[in-house]
Design a protein around this ligand. Structure first.
Ligand SMILES: Cc1ncc(COP(=O)(O)O)c(C=O)c1O
Length: 397
């Protein structure tokens, strides 16, 4: 049994924030229409784990497999490309509706908007998405990564032509550094988290994630989920997807946010219950690199405070077990290659169903439940993936 704590959100469903209107089914349709113009666009698969669900005593488990997204091995390119598209649209005096990939990659567009350098901080996946989108649109990218970032993730960003380097500080301080560099050099900060006074660009990034959620809803068809598990770093993905799911399914579905116990800023915020955001500092030392963020995105918190039912804080082993189970499916189930952050949502589901009867009951998880998870990345650090999946790292001693 691995350490898994849950806190229920007493503010859920109370006061709808204004930002809710920015993440509706209608927004998702516009975002998806933009992404569909990309030559490399194809919906990612929705893995069906019927035998695994039966084994654990659930009705059904579905896992959206983002390792297939744009050849980038993670969902984050959706946010990066939509944000850069919106930014370029504004420069062109155009609306994003009707602006296509073909026009954005056309050298005439580059001439019209001029040279832009986009800068960001990243645990890996967001920076790779920005580097890719900037390259596609003929622009420059500068990417900073926190101390301890995997060499493979750094190299994958450099391969896309971006200037990328690892700093000596944690994720949240790296974000501050990227902002300073943007201010100093006249670069455009494209950060996937918001704070007071910096909201427009993160909103566009969050709207970009809706394509993933809308695909999942379409693929599920009439199999309505009863539970959705969403992993959170700064919470931008969870916030956007949770808000969108409320616009599609209302409050019929339970939405659970999952975090590593070393970087559980949302869990701590809800646990404190004083309406204030609570941050987590220090090394944020978790294998779930994409979730190693101690300061919530302000827009995400606003959305999750209204839209999320519960928050889970869990140890690394839960994600590692999730990776192993997904890599080695039962019966006819689809196989999913999922990285440490990618497998965390599913890992939480498996851990609760197997080992935490009280949490299972409190969430109403049973043989009638249909669970939706998002494997938000593939094996983005192959060496660590093998150490975990092949050699049993972070398993029971
Ligand atoms: C694979 C993966 N999953 C989930 C997340 C969490 O997204 P957010 O930071 O928006 O909460 C990230 C963030 O980098 C990620 O890389």
């Amino acid at each position: 049994m691995a350490k898994t704590d849950i806190v229920f959100n007493t503010r859920c469903k109370k006061t709808p924030p204004q930002s809710l209107g920015l993440f509706t089914a209608e927004t998702a349709a516009r975002t998806a229409a933009f992404h569909k113009t990309f030559h490399s666009y194809t919906p990612t698969p929705l893995a069906c784990l019927s035998d695994t669900a039966k084994h654990f005593g659930a009705g059904g488990i579905f896992v959206k497999d983002e390792s297939f997204r744009f050849g980038l091995n993670a969902f984050k390119g959706l946010g990066g490309s939509f944000c850069l598209g919106r930014y370029m649209a504004e420069k062109l005096g155009r609306d994003i509706d009707g602006l296509t990939y073909a026009e954005l990659v056309n050298p005439r567009t580059k001439t019209a908007v001029g040279d832009i350098t986009f800068v960001t901080a990243t645990d890996g996946n967001h920076g790779r998405g920005i580097a890719w989108a900037a390259k596609e649109f003929g622009q420059k990218a500068v990417v900073y990564m926190p101390k301890g970032s995997a060499a493979e993730r750094l190299e994958n960003i450099r391969k896309l032509g971006a200037h990328a380097e690892i700093t000596n500080v944690n994720y949240d301080d790296t974000v501050r550094f990227a902002k300073q560099q943007a201010d100093k050099n006249g670069w455009v900060l494209v950060q996937d988290t918001a704070w007071e006074g910096y909201e427009q660009i993160p909103t566009w990034i969050m709207q970009g994630y809706l394509t993933m959620a809308a695909e999942a809803v379409e693929q599920l068809g009439d199999k309505k989920p009863t539970h959705i598990f969403l992993q959170a770093g700064v919470g931008a993905m969870a916030g956007a997807v949770a808000a969108y799911m409320r616009s599609v399914y209302g409050f019929d579905v339970k939405i659970v946010v999952v975090e590593p116990d070393k970087a559980d800023c949302f869990y701590q915020t809800v646990k404190a219950g004083d309406g204030q955001i609570h941050t987590v500092g220090g090394a944020l030392d978790t294998i779930m690199a994409g979730l190693a963020c101690g300061e919530p995105c302000t827009i995400a918190w606003e959305l999750l405070e209204y839209a999320a039912d519960a928050f889970i804080s869990m140890e690394d082993k839960v994600a590692a077990d999730g990776m192993r189970i997904l890599s080695s499916p039962l019966g006819d189930d689809d196989r999913v290659t999922s990285g440490e952050s990618g497998a965390s949502g599913f890992g939480a589901v498996a851990e609760i169903l197997k080992n935490h009867l009280q949490i299972k009951q409190s969430l109403g998880l049973d043989e009638n439940s249909t669970v939706l998870c998002f494997s938000t990345e593939g094996a983005t650090d192959v060496e660590n993936y093998r150490n975990i999946v092949w050699y049993g790292k972070y398993a029971d001693e």
